[in-house]
Ligand binder design. Sequence first.
Ligand code: UGA
Length: 432
Amino acid sequence: MNITVIGTGYVGLVSGICYAELGHRVVCVDKDRAKVETLQNGGIPIYEPGLQELSVKNSAAGRLRYTVDLREAVEQSEIVIIAVGTPSLPNGEANLSYIDQAAIEIAQAMNGHKIIAVKSTVPVGTNERVGNLIRSRTTERFDSISLPEFLREGSAVQDTMHPDRIVIGADSESAAELLVQLHRPLTEHIVVTDIRSAEMLKYASNAFLATKISFINEIANICEKVGADVTLVAEGMGYDKRIGHAFLKAGIGYGGSCFPKDTRALIQIAGHVDYEFKLLRAVVEVNQDQRMSVIRKLESIFDGELQGKTIAVWGLAFKPNTDDVRESPALEIIQYLIRSGAHVKAYDPIAMRNFRSIYGDNGVMWCDDALEAATGADALCLLTEWDEFVHADLKLLQSILRKPILIDGRNAFKEADLAETSFVYYSIGRPR
Ligand code: UGA
């Protein structure tokens, strides 16, 4: 099939490259000329394991191209996939201006029947809005599809090539059938729904996963007070098939470009139809508060006085294996430390450049490696569980810190790792 994907963010780029890998002819379109040039030259503007190799391979095979020319791409395609960003507006609603713009430009380029699929995460009713924008500008026929995406950053290629399920929201049987054919090689679990249900399904999935995380974080907070161990509690809970082990890792709360944005958006979507989503409001509030658990531990160690203390921070990305720092808990934690008069020495293997471009320098000392960050610090906070931190030499670490205080915001270390050390060790929801 000939496919155009509009938008080369995480979702668009990974999807486009993976459709090419399946053997289709794909054109990825972006307005950002510099980004397109990087892609044309074999580069990848994001850090995503395995993606660059697939991009280069499929470009060389002639199945994949990158362009800024939306018209030319749409003219050659029978399927057009919109995968542009839907960032949060200040009130939490999704900003649909990039979606609208894409719809208008598609309408102007229509030269025959097309299937127009929206892969961006969008409020219920957006596919209709896209349809109306196109219909009012062209007499060409088209079918609308809602095609929500469930990939995770850091394992995006694996998630796309081996998804748990594909969801296709369609208003026409023939379009649904074509999209089923397109995705059949990936999984047998293809759920075909109406368009509104597919749009809702995406928000409901992210909101549910966020709820699991806030739930286990609250259990962790109670565990700390009653002397229980949340990792054991979660393990035991997870064997119940109705609960499952996934997304029950306690920590400093969820971040990233999806859960924070999508939970806020779903609260707004409910609000628009006069429904107060009380549970989800609580999930968001718990998540916000959980970021401060690291700070509360530091304050209790230093009797509330962080002024003048040197705090090492390991990890700035919102999770490992990504350079993405959007809504990363590290942002607020570092801001708080600096405001409290602490000296912060920070290191992340991949995300440092992105973090600095959002945060600025604002008093943080950026370090070239993990040990440099820890040297001479009064305490070390682990905020992202990168492998290189999890496998750090703890004896060496202990010897270079001014005080052997370790706050493990991700429960990355096990009791056995610490056995022969004298760390004052705090984790989330565990006795030690
Ligand atoms: C999330 C969903 O997992 C994907 O299915 C979805 O497609 C994507 O959003 C999206 O809507 O585009 P992602 O944001 O890449 O994917 O990252 P996750 O792996 O889900 O992690 C999100 C956050 O939750 C991270 O900060 C992570 O550290 C945290 N988390 C995750 C926990 O604190 N505990 C857990 O048990 C799991």
